[in-house]
Write a protein that binds this ligand. Sequence first.
Ligand SMILES: Cc1ncc(COP(=O)(O)O)c(C=O)c1O
Length: 381
Amino acid sequence: MSGCDRNHRNVSIRIDLAAIRHNLRQVRKAAPGRKVFAVIKADAYGHGAGHILPALQDADAYAVAHVEEALAVRQIDNHKPVLVLQGFHTLEQLDECRCVGLWPVIHNLSQLEMIGNSKMPDLACWVKIDTGMGRLGFMPEAIPAVQARLADAQVRVQGLMTHFASADRENDMSIDRQIRTFNATRWTGTIDRSACNSAALLSRSDCQWEWVRPGIMLYGASPFSAETKAAGVLGLQPAMRVTAPVTAIRNLKRGDRIGYGGQYECTGPTRVATIGAGYADGYPRAEPGSTSVMLGNWRCPLLGRISMDTMAVDISGLPVPPPLDYPVTLWGHAQLGVDEIARNIGTIPYELLCTVRGKRSYLDAPREGNVRKFMENSSID
Ligand SMILES: Cc1ncc(COP(=O)(O)O)c(C=O)c1O
């Protein structure tokens, strides 16, 4: 049934590789002299990991969640280190990490048990400390024993890492507690450290240490929910633009209702454009009716409920109606960022970027010259 489902989507997702390069430069500006893990898990936050690697050539390493993702990256880039944030879960994955030279994160006892009494000088890893996230990692007091165990197995430890729970929240003291705990953890000898996600990297310089691990900012979205720290204010450029075509135009009158449940009632003559995108494409149905789309540079409010593959917008303010098929921007416009949609809906840009589905294409501006080329990609989501 593959020809009947996803390949017929109306939604287009255009990824701008030049924006990703720009955002990586912003990372370098915010964390001068640090090494950068470009976080490309969840298919590069929905941007297509395999396609965006050329834009991340200046990163020092990549970070993914799973061994399978790391193996796919290895097929394209055989040189840069790949950090596997969730490490290995099976003996087979442990072997794959060794054979292909991945850097798994070791964060629990069962991984140490898999290493057992073997000697593994060909394994290089990072050790994760739970300083307050309560998700993955050894408690700080266990670290000396973990170090001894890995030394026995001749495993090379590249670095120590932790993850912040609330770096995006202003005046949240938990990050200070986590930094103190990380600093106080005992480790014999010098070792690289890594803690900063995008929010921490953009808001503080006291915990950048040797390696930073930005994800969301590479894609041009803000890790913060405050409008005062929106992506544009932070100097980031959106890498993803999502569009869908106008599929119908209707002239409705006062009292006419729109969409399921008749939730919206026209208060006067209303020109309505139906757009070919809905919750099946990853646009959240929970949208509370306060969001807009961009038709050219016109902001048009949504009317009524989001359906499975359509939504309705008010185009009464436009001087002339758009032609059918006209591409309407759902997010990724200079005046309508994914951050704004996420804020309105009560979610985070991460979720929207990772779950949107459509036909992806890639726009690249070569470093020299001004010719822009599109690389069409047959995959749909
Ligand atoms: C361990 C770890 N480090 C870094 C990141 C990147 O975070 P962000 O996308 O907020 O920069 C993530 C993302 O969830 C993560 O899980």
